[in-house]
Write a new protein. Structure first.
Length: 269
């Protein structure tokens, strides 16, 4: 870990996560807060918010940020995605911790700025996630797990360096997955598939009611996606030593496909 800690590229990646997360939160939640916002100059208000607009705002902003900083940090922009990539042995533990801290700080900073800009918005919750009326904690948790699972599964599949059949835009595919997750979960929980995003709103508003759901749900979804992809859908054969090397040093070995049993062997080329 010490060698990675001393590298300038590592810290540039951490800063990229903070900066991109801040822009993502500002743009996406800013779009969601636009409903019924009073315009005093002409005494008009915008139409009531719809789920499609909010879902597209989150999806397109993630796609934009992924395209912008993906080559620097991988553009995780979500602790659940970071956890999934950690369990998939693509990043070190140190990088995962620093990315998560940067993501949470970026979310808090961007939400705080939005709080000042939208201070005249009545009943402004700054995109705070909460269970909808009639939805209990168990149901909300299940929705968050499924919505996050499909997102992390998409990230793992589109960024898998062993694949040669991937065409098109990976950032766009991930952005559409984010939009899909919002279309599924927004009516139940407000969609908390990004724990850092939920954390930023909770900190600035000062409301942590049922906040655990928006951490436990995405974490379980990310873990499930990593286990399903790495051990069932596209299994890798590697020993504990190989995995520990990645988690401690961050050096990811290249993978070769073993044609005999369609399993992937971890072998340095």
């Amino acid at each position: 870990m010490a060698s990675e800690f001393k590298k300038m590229a590592f810290w540039r990646a951490v800063v990229a996560e903070f900066f991109a997360m801040s822009l993502f939160i500002f743009i996406s939640i800013g779009c969601a807060l636009g409903f019924q916002f009073p315009v005093s100059a002409n005494k008009t208000t915008t139409p009531v918010q719809d789920n499609v607009k909010v879902s597209l705002a989150f999806g397109l902003s993630i796609a934009t940020m992924a395209q912008s900083v993906g080559h620097i940090s991988g553009a995780h922009l979500n602790p659940a995605v970071t956890l999934g990539l950690l369990l998939s042995c693509q990043i070190s533990i140190l990088r995962a911790v620093m990315y998560t801290i940067a993501q949470c700080l970026g979310a808090v900073v961007a939400t705080a700025i939005l709080s000042g800009i939208t201070s005249s918005l009545p009943n402004n919750s700054l995109g705070l996630n909460a269970l909808a009326e009639g939805v209990n904690s168990g149901q909300g948790l299940g929705i968050e797990i499924i919505a996050t699972l499909q997102l992390v599964l998409c990230v793992l599949a589109t960024t898998d360096r062993r694949r040669t059949d991937v065409s098109g835009s990976a950032p766009l595919a991930i952005g559409l997955s984010v939009a899909l997750g919002h279309l599924l979960a927004i009516d139940y929980t407000g969609c908390g598939i990004n724990p850092a995003r939920s954390f930023g709103s909770a900190v600035v508003v000062g409301d942590f009611k049922n906040h655990w759901i928006f951490w436990v749900g995405p974490i379980l979804g990310g873990v499930s996606a990593a286990l399903v992809y790495d051990f069932i859908l596209a299994p890798r054969s590697c020993d504990v030593t190989d995995r520990m090397k990645v988690w401690t040093s961050g050096q990811v070995e290249e993978y070769d496909l073993d044609a005999d049993d369609s399993r992937v062997e971890m072998k340095p080329k």
